[in-house]
Design a protein around this ligand. Structure first.
Ligand code: SAH
Length: 237
């Protein structure tokens, strides 16, 4: 079944953008997934096609209107069961386990904010799930939606050369990935770690495991703590 990404944006011309090349681009061309970028402005009703207005209560910037955004959402005819994600720095941070869930479903409807954000009432009335891609503020939700789509698409069957490459990498076990090496054998005086060229698979596996654990402990004490004491259902990052 084709995985469907529907994106509501004020800048549909930004899509597919980087999603049109490499793994995601080939998968898009071969029909493994579909992308529809819809212009929120098409749901504007006044003659200036305005979509935003000043914030109630004052303050800087502009806010996307609830009525316009609701009309844009309704016009997609997305089934109620389809995840409706509002890209938002206030959202729950995106994780690889949520990505995996989304990738096994039928797709997602993603809404890209701009300006100061969107009117709270449409978030409630259309039951939008706010999703953040990290603790920093982008100027719009498009790049966040692209990051989410990219992370999902690479997990779809037939997209990656070897399905295992999705299970051994960072976060699959709340561990960061071990360091990778390839030719040349020596680069600026630095050889590839001897174990990796020994042909001893058990030693390679043990070495990679130890490196992954050391990296995780050092860089991501938050992930490491989860590994040491896994609470129910959250063993994955
Ligand atoms: N004033 C808002 C930020 C608005 S940024 C606040 O402080 O919360 C404009 C839009 O960019 C947002 O509506 C959202 O769609 C998107 N955006 C910004 N940062 C994001 C992030 N970290 N993750 C996901 N979307 C983000």
């Amino acid at each position: 079944m084709t995985w469907r990404a529907t994106v509501l944006t004020l800048f549909p011309e930004m899509f597919p953008g980087p999603l049109g090349v490499s793994l995601a681009g080939k998968a898009l061309a071969s029909g493994i997934w579909e992308l529809e970028a819809r212009d929120i402005r098409a749901s504007a009703t006044d003659k200036h096609r305005s979509v935003d207005d000043t914030p109630a209560g004052g303050g800087p910037g502009m806010v996307l209107r609830a009525d316009i955004l609701a009309a844009a959402i309704d016009a997609t005819n997305a089934p109620a069961s389809l995840p409706r994600l509002l890209m938002s720095p206030r959202g729950r941070p995106l994780t690889q386990s949520r990505v995996r869930e989304l990738a096994t479903g039928p797709g997602a409807l993603m809404i890209c904010g701009r300006f100061e954000g969107v009117d709270q009432r449409v978030i409630e009335a259309r039951r939008l799930e706010e999703v953040s891609i990290g603790d920093y503020v982008l100027s719009g939700g498009e790049i966040a939606a692209m990051a989410l789509i990219d992370a999902c698409v690479r997990l779809l069957p037939g997209v990656m050369g070897r399905p295992e490459s999705g299970t051994e990498e960072s976060f699959s076990e709340a561990l960061l990935e071990y360091p990778q090496y390839t030719r040349p054998q020596t680069f600026e005086g630095r050889p590839i770690p001897e174990i990796l060229t020994s042909g001893d698979h058990a030693r390679v596996t043990a070495w990679r495991r130890a490196e992954a654990e050391a990296l995780t402990r050092d860089r991501r004490p938050d992930l490491w703590a989860v590994r040491q004491k896994p609470p129910k259902n959250t063993t994955e990052g």
